[in-house]
Write a protein that binds this ligand. Structure first.
Ligand SMILES: CC(=O)N[C@H]1[C@@H](OP(=O)(O)OP(=O)(O)OC[C@H]2O[C@@H](n3ccc(=O)[nH]c3=O)[C@H](O)[C@@H]2O)O[C@H](CO)[C@@H](O)[C@@H]1O
Ligand SMILES: C=C(OP(=O)(O)O)C(=O)O
Length: 420
């Protein structure tokens, strides 16, 4: 298994291009099943999760390839059923979008239980509630999720919690349902909007994505086409935070500034210089930063996916900060690793109380999940001495060319396979 060896203490400087958004890509790829046609999906990040989804579509019978520069050409016309009991879906969380997409097209789906980051229970009761409201019946047998419908009929669904996954799954299942579907208390995240935009570009009738009420009018069929995925706001936020942690000066290209407002606002509040130039930011350290409090919330609140790198930054800011993780109950596991590096952080349930320290020391640390891994890399970039981040496969699931991008900015990083 690969690890990264990082020599800390280098100020990051230069330009970085942000890749396509993992969490949008992983919804749009299965949405292509609904088209039953040929799609070209551009600006995909070439990451493990995207390659696993390519393999899932292939296994289902699609003609599919992903180019080195992130273009997927996929023809889903030859898929005849959505039956995948073989465990492939366990490799990623977003495989649960096969439920909505497969149900929409074939009225029946069988998949193994989805995987993904171990950051909490990650229930799917709201997905089930929504799909059943459209006429489907769920069952769980031998760790297989089974969903089936005679026919799908539009309905009004109120989500009890704001769920990105449930919103997208219901939206997909409703594409061919008879009549109108209304999702109330829908998630407003950019990945929900991007998936709706993809489906609309292929002939769907979805209105209101990006607000908390989404209305879908069933259509007879979709067609193929070309679509480009939005930039990854989580990757962009990770580099913005890395600029702050290393007291650096970065130009972050290929972003949508609006999607980054929750993070821009906090970094500015702390004293970072941020200037916007259309689809890029200059993010630079000016003066000593001040501590802030963070609470993760659904969009447009502070994203849970950036809680970990932000905690690393706060651990190096003089004074007291509090981070509350309100989305996932188990997303503080990496803090033990950060404490090994000299951070002063106490976790109490969903609250982390941070007392800023002057510097972090080098250590051997283990990535516990995707964003935890990215956060530990950022911590090691700032630490005194040479550190090792183990279990980098977590990071490879979701960050494209991470060490190359950091090395282009002046970081000293080497990837080593464990056998070496
Ligand atoms: C609202 C939110 O921040 N969503 C994030 C969540 O999406 P993801 O789609 O994984 O998670 P959801 O948005 O569905 O979950 C949000 C919350 O609702 C709860 N829940 C969800 C579904 C359900 O059926 N029942 C239920 O109780 C979850 O436990 C969680 O507390 O993780 C992704 C990967 O980190 C992020 O990109 C998303 O921005
Ligand atoms: C938790 C994440 O990924 P996943 O939902 O795919 O496990 C993430 O993108 O931060």
């Amino acid at each position: 298994m690969a690890k990264l060896i990082i020599e800390g203490g280098n100020r990051l400087q230069g330009k970085v291009n942000i890749s396509g958004f993992k969490n949008a890509a992983l919804a749009i790829i299965p949405a292509a099943i609904l088209t039953g046609s040929s799609c070209t999906i551009e600006n995909l990040p070439v990451i493990q999760d995207v390659l696993v989804y390519r393999d899932i579509l292939k296994k289902l019978g699609a003609d599919v390839e992903v180019t080195d520069d992130g273009i997927m050409n996929v023809d889903t016309s030859k898929i005849t059923e959505c039956n995948l009991p073989n465990g492939l879906t366990k490799k990623l969380r977003a495989s649960y979008y096969l439920l909505g997409a497969g149900l929409g097209r074939f009225k029946e789906v069988v998949i193994s239980y989805p995987g993904g980051c171990d950051i909490g229970v990650r229930p799917i009761d709201q997905h089930i509630k929504g799909l059943e409201a459209l006429g489907a019946k769920f069952s769980i047998e031998d760790n297989l999720l089974k969903v089936k419908a005679e026919k799908l009929v539009g309905n009004k669904i109120y989500l009890d919690v704001v769920s990105v996954g449930a919103t997208i799954n219901i939206m997909m299942a409703a594409i061919f349902a008879e009549g109108k579907t209304v999702i109330e208390n829908a998630a407003k995240e950019p990945h929900v909007v991007d998936t709706a935009n993809f489906l609309n570009a292929m002939g769907a009738h979805i209105r209101g994505a990006g607000t908390d009420v989404i209305r879908i009018t069933g259509v007879e069929e979709l067609h193929g086409g070309t679509y480009s995925v939005i930039p990854d706001q989580v990757e962009a936020g990770t580099y913005m935070i890395a600029a702050a942690v290393t007291k650096g000066d970065l130009i972050i290209n290929n972003i949508i500034p609006k999607h980054l407002e929750p993070i821009t606002a906090k970094l500015k509040e702390m004293g970072m210089g941020i200037e916007e130039y259309g689809d890029s930011f200059r993010v630079h350290y000016e003066n000593e930063l001040v501590p802030v409090n963070i609470k993760t919330l659904p969009y447009p609140g502070f994203p849970t996916d950036l809680q970990q790198p932000m905690t690393v930054l706060l651990s190096l800011v003089d004074g007291d900060s509090i981070v509350i993780e309100s989305i996932f109950e188990n997303r503080f596991k990496y803090i033990d690793e950060l404490v090994k590096m000299g951070a002063n952080i106490k976790v109490d349930g969903r609250k982390a109380v941070i007392k800023g320290v002057e510097s972090l020391n080098s250590a051997d640390v283990w990535a516990t999940d995707l964003r935890a891994g990215a956060a530990l890399i950022v911590a090691c970039l700032a630490a005194d001495g040479v550190s090792t981040v183990h279990d980098i496969y977590h990071v490879d699931r979701g960050y494209e060319f991470i060490e190359n991008k950091f090395m282009n900015l002046g970081a000293k990083i080497r990837r080593v396979e464990d056998e070496e």
